[in-house]
Ligand binder design. Structure first.
Ligand code: IFM
Length: 477
């Protein structure tokens, strides 16, 4: 770091011999366009579903919006310098569709593309590998008005947009992920409606999930044809799903939630089919008439890598009468056809999102994807935690977040030792940002953002992570 008064907070790193990661391991940090860029109406950008949603009263805590966010659009060069000071090998960002193709159809917006060209140049100039995500939840509003992801045409529009970005940036960007966490787009956006566009219909959520994957497959085909050297993948958010007891009804609850949370995406993308138990569970919700011949072949177009976002574990149990509905991803409407299943709280430590901290779940998830689905290289494209931080004497000592990263990196290393081809890890997030329905009330960053002054303060976890990257490893315990 540039500030000699604040030496790296190596902490646990000093406790023992290092745990070394494989040579060339890609150490990174991630962000997403709507969460950090701001400049919502500048440079020809038009509204996405998140602009509309956040400007609708009652949708986001305290009425927060991404209008300004971290002002990254204007501060990009100094933010990249900060990444370089941290020693990041790679930076995962997303492109705002409505910045580069306002309205979601038609020609490219040169000014919007120019922002990402400058970002990529800046990264490459600092020796940082750009990792581009095409879609991190910000569908152009006119495409939502035309039906959104439940409408088949949106998949074709996404492939056109992917081509346009590939034409502009494909000569300099090697790593591409099509979608970030399609489960959230489909089931939080169209199932429970706690995310944009805020619709609540189980059948629409299932259709949205299918068309997101269809768009992914079409985009991969377009990118592969025009950029044969590119490394192409998708990012899915996965959870180990554990039954609360080994009673048959709890085992069945776990099977059902695993199907909706994990196998809904993993099976079509990596095996070219929907799981039979999933379609059976959903028979009261949809007859899957939206799936056309040939779709699954497109969806399972071969990839070069799989990105996995890991945060926590789901522990579930059979329905009980009179159980109180629960919030956010525990909301029953996130789980069409399985609304009555209970999410169980085990009483283990949680983050500020109330998500249970479960590092072994990362090992389990990585091993499962490798053992059951694919030999492809895997990347943890997000992992991190929100905690209540505070600035004290100009510093932020986020010991909880540092411990979370440390435990999860050990879990990642364990997966590598077990033979999983894990090639990189991206901390979520580089900086505090707009945490969707929670606005700015949840902080996931390694870098503190003062939203009044836009000052950046690297937290202890950032200085620790810089040291992990420098050593390519961490201390054994
Ligand atoms: O902030 C989000 C991110 O946009 C997607 N993955 C989970 C993060 C924390 O909720």
């Amino acid at each position: 770091m540039s500030n000699p008064d604040h030496p790296p907070a190596v902490g646990v790193l000093d406790q023992g011999p290092e745990l070394i990661f494989p040579p060339g391991f890609l150490w990174g940090a991630a962000t997403a366009a709507y969460q950090i860029e701001g400049a919502a109406t500048e440079g020809g950008r038009t509204p996405s579903i998140w602009d509309t949603f956040s400007h609708t009263e009652g949708r986001v805590v305290a009425g927060h919006t991404g209008d300004v966010a971290c002002d990254h659009y204007h501060r990009m060069p100094s933010d990249v310098r900060l990444m370089a000071e941290l020693g990041l090998k790679s930076y995962r960002f997303s492109v705002s569709w409505s910045r580069v193709q306002p309205g979601g159809t038609g020609p490219a917006n040169a000014e919007g593309l120019d922002f990402y060209r400058r970002l990529v140049d800046e990264l490459l100039g600092h020796g940082i590998e750009p990792w581009l995500t095409l879609y991190h939840w910000d569908l152009p509003q006119p495409l939502e008005d035309a039906g959104g992801w439940p409408a088949r045409d949106t998949a074709a529009r996404f492939a056109d947009y992917a081509q346009l970005v590939a034409d502009a940036l494909g000569d300099r960007v090697t790593y591409w992920t099509t979608l970030n966490e399609p489960w959230c787009s489909a089931f939080l956006g169209y199932g429970s409606g706690v995310h944009a566009p805020g619709r609540s219909d189980g059948a629409d959520a299932v259709r949205a999930g299918h068309h997101l994957m269809l768009g992914h497959g079409l985009a991969v085909q377009a990118l592969r044809a025009s950029r044969p050297q590119a490394q192409l993948g998708i990012t899915v958010n996965l959870y180990p799903v554990t039954p609360a007891t080994d009673a048959p009804a709890d085992l069945d609850a776990a099977r059902r939630i695993d199907a909706l949370a994990n196998r809904f995406f993993l099976d079509p993308v990596l095996r070219g089919s929907y799981p039979a138990d999933l379609t059976a569970d959903l028979r009261e919700v949809t007859d899957f008439g939206h799936v056309r011949d040939g779709d699954l072949a497109v969806i399972s177009t071969p990839l070069d890598l799989v990105g996995i976002n890991y945060y926590s574990r789901h522990v579930v149990a059979a329905p009980v009468e009179g159980a109180e509905p629960e919030p956010y991803w525990r909301s029953p409407s996130c789980w069409p056809g399985s609304e009555d299943i209970r999410f169980v709280t085990r009483g283990v430590p949680v983050t500020d999102m109330n998500w249970e901290i479960d590092a072994p779940g990362l090992t389990e998830t990585l091993r499962r994807v490798h053992d059951e689905y694919t030999d492809l290289p895997l990347y943890v494209t997000e992992n991190g935690s929100a905690f209540v931080d505070a600035v004290v004497d100009g510093q932020v000592d986020d010991a909880d977040r540092l411990a979370y990263f440390d435990a999860h990196l050990r879990a990642a290393h364990e997966a590598i030792s077990a033979g999983v081809p894990l090639r990189g890890y991206f901390a979520w997030s580089l900086m505090d940002n707009f945490e969707w329905a929670w606005g700015y009330t949840k902080r996931f960053g390694m870098v503190w953002i003062d939203y009044d002054s836009q000052a950046r303060i690297p937290k202890s976890s950032a200085r620790w992570y810089a040291e992990v990257i420098r050593r390519n490893g961490l201390a054994a315990q």
